[in-house]
Design a protein around this ligand. Structure first.
Ligand SMILES: [Zn+2]
Length: 525
């Protein structure tokens, strides 16, 4: 049993943040990554708030998570309604998750002014809902909204609401700093009083970053005996964001000796993955995982760091999957590639010439603007190509796209022509599509189908574009991330170019190429 569990709400509270939108496929991919990383709870959404969240839980049930427990989020029953008859509570049960998290009111002012009900009815709402969910076999997390503000206003009232949740059988009561205005010293003091009053029910913490204290407040709660931390990857969330798990996790594990995940080295990769999936730029100065978190500039520091890394670094960067910036150690960054190669069945030795060559190629491409965090498919191809385990399925001779706008009210048409060679045989195909990329994708498939009928199984599931600044600041580049799938699995590929069409082409071709390589390799095995 862990002494502190991690409860991720990137998919629910995180999506309240501006500029952080996730499709269903994005959410499923993030859930899988969180599970693989060792997060204990994944809050997937609020089934009562929109039908997309209901659909998410239907799809997430098929994910086969190895460790994490899925949580559906919602509210206590409404006032003066029997819990059995509350439609929103019904939806929570229909989500069919092992965990249900409900929030309720802790602040007397909110009870009388917003809910417009009595203190007694509010407590009954909390107690009944917890009990009802427990009776249906759920693990129940009770989120006490505005707990700290409510406590400061009336400690007795706030504690009584927690007592109601405990009486209803809640497995954990979570103290929420909903407005993000509480200080760590207050959090610690109040948490200790909670522990004294309700010693038999574990408590957790849910903080927001409005005073830039989201992480500090979560740590203060753990110091006071807190057993669960709720937060989001990279701190995404409403206003200034939620408690940043990407910082809390290494603090717990490296500074406080509290083990929360089996392998911290995947942290930076997870952080970049969520940025890439949500189409947000990486925050270079992010503690632990940022590009400059361990970058050294200025003669004296560099010199000292080279002699003794500890002199200007608070942790060893590799422990969170990051690396020092000036000393590009020959072995740094290799672990991801070694893991990938192992999965491909072509194990590489750490420090070998092959591993070094692959790493050098990855770094070169990263300098050009590539990012492989959400494009494992392209990384797989890169490794196969470097190891000469790769057979080129086709050669592009040329492609051409055009956009036709009619004057007579017709819908505009995009057209693509693709000329390829498979061996000595040429194929020259034209097709139309809704946009340039769609037309190119269709023409390429049509050209290939005669040679590789199996590509019928592959489809394009997602397409994302962002502008990146390569190291050469004079030319902005476009990075395209594509997700392809064959109904059984899905894989991400990436293309970078100054031209969006070429970047798209590279990513699309990699998506199909990878599928063909995998088929070929499976056939050989
Ligand atoms: Zn929140």
């Amino acid at each position: 049993m862990k002494s502190v569990s991690l409860y991720d709400t990137t998919l629910r509270d995180g999506t309240q943040g501006e500029g952080f939108q996730l499709s269903m496929l994005d959410k499923l991919r993030i859930a899988q990554r969180l599970d693989a990383f060792g997060v204990d709870y994944i809050e997937g959404g609020w089934p009562g708030s929109n039908p997309k969240d209901i659909e998410f839980f239907q799809e997430a049930a098929k994910l086969d998570l190895k460790h994490a427990r899925l949580a559906a989020f919602g509210s206590t029953r409404r006032a003066n309604v029997a819990v059995e008859d509350d439609g929103q509570v019904k939806l929570l049960l229909e989500a069919n998750t092992p965990v249900v998290t409900i929030f309720g009111k802790s602040w007397e002012l909110q009870v009388t002014e917003v809910l417009r009900t009595t203190v007694e009815e509010n407590q009954a709402m909390i107690r009944d809902t917890c009990r009802h969910l427990k009776e249906h076999g759920r693990e129940v997390v009770y989120d006490a909204e505005h707990f700290f503000d409510g406590f400061k206003d009336s400690p007795e009232h706030a504690l009584a609401t927690l007592q109601a949740a405990a009486d209803g059988g809640a497995d954990c009561v979570v103290l929420c700093d909903t407005n993000g205005g509480t200080l760590p010293s207050e959090v610690m003091q109040i948490c200790m009083q909670v522990k004294e009053r309700i010693p038999d029910t574990p408590f957790g913490i849910h903080t927001h970053n409005d005073c830039e204290l989201g992480v500090a407040n979560a740590i203060a709660a753990v110091k006071a005996g807190g057993a669960q931390i709720q937060g989001t990857i990279n701190g995404y969330g409403e206003r200034t964001g939620n408690c940043n798990l990407t910082s809390v996790i290494p603090i717990l594990q490296l500074k406080m000796g509290i083990e929360v995940v089996p392998n911290l080295e995947g942290l930076q990769s997870l952080s970049h993955f969520v940025d890439d999936i949500s189409n947000n730029p990486h925050f270079a100065r992010a503690p632990f995982v940022g590009r400059t978190a361990f970058a050294h500039k200025g003669g004296m520091h560099v010199n000292a760091v080279q002699k003794l890394a500890r002199s200007y670094e608070h942790i060893e960067p590799g422990k969170v999957g990051n690396s020092q910036q000036i000393l590009v150690s020959e072995l740094s960054g290799q672990s991801n590639i070694l893991i990938k190669a192992e999965q491909l069945g072509v194990p590489l030795e750490k420090g070998s010439d092959e591993a070094k060559a692959i790493l050098a190629r990855v770094k070169e491409l990263e300098n050009e603007g590539y990012s492989f965090e959400a494009a494992g498919g392209s990384l797989e191809l890169l490794i196969l190509r470097q190891l000469e385990r790769y057979e080129k399925p086709f050669e592009l001779k040329e492609f051409h796209t055009s956009y036709r706008l009619y004057r007579d009210g017709h819908q505009p048409v995009c057209e693509a022509t693709v000329k390829i060679f498979v061996g000595d045989e040429a194929e020259y195909i034209v097709d139309e599509g809704h946009g340039v990329v769609n037309a190119l994708d269709r023409a390429l498939r049509k050209a290939l189908i005669r040679f590789y009928p199996e590509i019928e199984e592959v489809s394009l599931l997602d397409y994302k574009v962002r502008i990146v600044d390569g190291h050469d600041a004079t030319a902005a580049k476009t990075r395209v991330l594509v997700v392809s799938g064959d109904g059984e699995s899905s894989w991400g590929t990436v293309g970078v170019s100054e031209n969006v069409i070429e970047a798209s082409w590279i990513a699309i071709v990699d998506g199909i190429d990878l599928f063909l390589q995998r088929k070929r390799r499976a056939g050989q095995a």
